[in-house]
Write a protein that binds this ligand. Structure first.
Ligand SMILES: Nc1ncnc2c1ncn2[C@@H]1O[C@H](COP(=O)(O)OP(=O)(O)OP(=O)(O)O)[C@@H](O)[C@H]1O
Ligand SMILES: [Mg+2]
Length: 613
């Protein structure tokens, strides 16, 4: 460009020279007409002038052209610059956008990462072939496997029993993208524990929408399941308790009528009668009938009436003597701790426990054997290596050991289940140990068993020790105890009143009847000076035994009261006993039971006199 410009300037100068020279000579020619400097041809100067003029024109046009070219080049350049600026701007804009997208993605990644890390649920992802891609810290915490050891491998945590259903769900998820939510199943941990889990699973895709893997969220619901099972168990207990309680009341009143009448007949006919044995058998059957309801109540942790500090040693001694009479081929060894603490318990229920255990041992030793009974004081620290964790505190331990046929692990796992029995039909109801378990639990205790097939069995029972002194009840000897006091018999059941009056009459007492709580209060107000004792039914319509007791005690605080019931709500009898009531008798009772209970209560009174037959 510069060269062209130099050439133009050069040419322009030349053209000017030509033009000036041509013009000068022409002008001289015209003006002087005499000057002919070099004698060159005529009109040469005109040619010079024209050539110079043309050259000037050419230069002018060339310049013009150049300006035009330059300006068009300039425009193009400007356009290019503008384009560049635009591109640069766009680039910057897209860079900003990318930066924003990147930081957004980074933030999202951070959020997801902290979500995955902080989730209490276990999270894991797999490729479509089931190979592990990611596992969260919670996954490692719950199941034990870490990402380093499992990356690219299949997770070996599906139990055999769940593999088919799991495969079906995964197939549906991978092929059709059907997500699953809250599927309750089981999974193994690295150390072989089987957990209850709830699984939610979904398929995830790449940026183009193609499926590339699956994501699992696993929640450990073992604790929830355990609580659910516990709740169901409690509900079942409640239902059985309500049912048993419902029938126990009416059933035991009926039994009371039957047992009372049998007692009266037995008393009248004496042991020489040919019917004596048969009637005795009926008496036993009635007692086993009512035992069934108390077994059910025991299982349902109900039927705990008279809770007081008792001596387990004394109960063991008494029950083992009674039991020993029935099986002479069994030798009973006792090792009872002399300083054994008392336990707050319902004596009748603990007796039920002992008898159930003794009878089971006897059944396991059909050809005789040894029964070892041991009691001792222990603390929770001594109760080690058990399937339960005892609460801290002092306990008393009762060990019942036999040399019977023992049992295998499978039997042992089920013995506390209600209605589980290995005995032949009609030989066992399978309620014995279920009620033992319920009663011990109802008393805040623990029970476990050790046994091997052919090697006998040991039942360990732990009951919370109490510091309360054992209340000495006067020891009643003899079979039927008579008396001559006046007793107010209060019961809404005509059947019970009827038989009760006769039983008490035979025992030598003067009886006044009251068919309701209100009747009882009215009669007591009128005749309280002659009444020595009340036999008071607990469950009566309108006014229950508890209320009657309170009113009667207000009239005469010294009056003795023996509570009686076929069934009462847990704790109700204990409450009345705590308020100063002297005793409790469970219906149905025989003449013998009644006679002893009355004496136990009345013996605390100086007015009483009695003799035994
Ligand atoms: N001391 C023992 N030795 C061997 N097996 C026992 C012993 N105690 C219990 N079992 C087993 O436990 C099962 C359940 O006992 P449980 O007392 O609950 O019912 P049962 O004795 O069969 O019937 P029920 O007590 O209602 O008459 C028994 O059938 C028996 O197989
Ligand atoms: Mg049994």
């Amino acid at each position: 460009m510069r060269k062209i410009r130099f050439a133009s300037i050069y040419l322009f100068t030349l053209a000017i020279l030509f033009f000036v020279f041509g013009a000068y000579t022409e002008w001289n020619t015209i003006s002087l007409m005499k000057f002919k400097p070099l004698g060159y041809p005529k009109y040469l100067h005109l040619i010079f002038f024209l050539a110079g003029f043309l050259a000037l024109c050419a230069i002018y046009f060339a310049e013009k052209m150049e300006v035009k070219v330059l300006s068009s080049m300039n425009t193009a350049l400007q356009e290019e610059i503008a384009l560049r600026n635009q591109t640069e701007k766009a680039l910057r804009k897209s860079e900003d956008k990318n930066k924003r997208i990147y930081s957004k993605a980074k933030r999202a990644e951070q959020i997801y990462r902290s979500l995955l890390h902080s989730s209490a649920d276990a999270i894991s992802t797999y490729d479509l072939k089931g190979r592990t891609v990611y596992i969260s810290p919670a996954f490692t915490k719950i199941f034990g496997w870490a990402l380093e050891e499992m990356e690219g491998k299949r997770m070996p945590f599906v139990p055999q029993s769940e593999s088919e259903s799991t495969m079906a769900i995964i197939r549906d998820l991978v092929e059709n993208g059907t997500p699953c939510q809250g599927l309750e199943t089981k999974r193994y941990t690295k150390d072989g524990r089987l957990l209850d889990v709830s699984i939610s699973a979904s398929r995830y895709n790449d940026h183009e929408g193609n499926p590339i893997g699956i994501l699992l969220i696993l929640r450990d619901i073992s604790e929830k399941k355990r609580l659910e099972a516990q709740l169901q168990y409690i509900e079942r207990m409640e239902a059985i308790g309500t049912l048993a309680g419902g029938i126990a009341h009416d059933f035991n009143n009926l039994m009371m009528g039957m047992l009372g009448n049998i007692s009266l007949i037995l008393y009248d006919i004496g042991t020489e009668s040919p019917y004596y044995e048969k009637l005795k058998n009926i008496e036993k059957l009635i007692q086993s009938g009512s035992k069934l309801t108390s077994q059910l109540l025991g299982y349902a942790r109900k039927g705990k009436y008279e809770v007081r500090p008792i001596s387990l040693n004394q109960l063991v001694k008494e029950s083992s003597v009674t039991f020993g009479r029935t099986r002479k081929d069994i030798v009973i060894y006792k090792e009872l701790a002399e300083d054994l603490s008392s336990v707050m318990a319902d004596g009748a229920q603990i007796q039920q426990v002992l008898m159930n255990l003794f009878i089971n041992s006897a059944d396991a030793m059909p050809r005789g054997g040894d029964l070892f009974l041991k009691t001792m004081n222990v603390t929770h620290e001594d109760i080690g290596d058990k399937p339960y964790k005892p609460k801290s505190g002092d306990y008393i331990l009762l060990k019942v050991k036999d040399t019977g046929m023992g049992m295998d692990q499978k039997t042992m796992d089920r013995i506390f289940e209600p209605f589980f029995t290995t005995k032949e039909l009609g030989q066992g109801s399978g309620l014995g140990l279920a009620s033992v378990y319920g009663i011990i639990k109802g008393h805040g205790g623990y029970i476990d068993v050790e046994s091997k097939k052919g090697q006998g069995a040991i039942f360990n029972i732990y009951l919370p020790a109490s510091e309360k002194p054992i209340r000495k009840t006067s020891k009643i000897s003899g079979r039927i105890m008579k008396g001559n006091e006046t007793i107010l018999l209060v019961d809404d059941e005509a059947l019970v009143i009827d038989v009760g009056v006769q039983l008490l009459g035979k025992l030598g007492y003067t009886v006044i009847e009251a068919k309701s709580g209100r009747d009882a209060i009215r009669i007591f107000k009128e005749q309280n000076h002659t009444i020595d004792m009340l036999i008071l039914d607990m469950v009566m319509p309108n006014m229950g035994g508890g209320e009657v007791f309170d009113q009667i005690k207000r009239i005469d605080p010294k009056v003795k009261v023996l509570l009686s019931s076929g069934y009462s709500v847990n704790g109700e009898a204990t409450e009345i006993l705590k308020r100063g009531c002297e005793g409790f008798i469970q219906k149905p009772f025989s003449m013998e039971d009644l006679s002893k209970k009355i004496r136990e209560v009345l013996n605390r009174s100086s007015k009483s006199t009695h003799d035994s037959t």
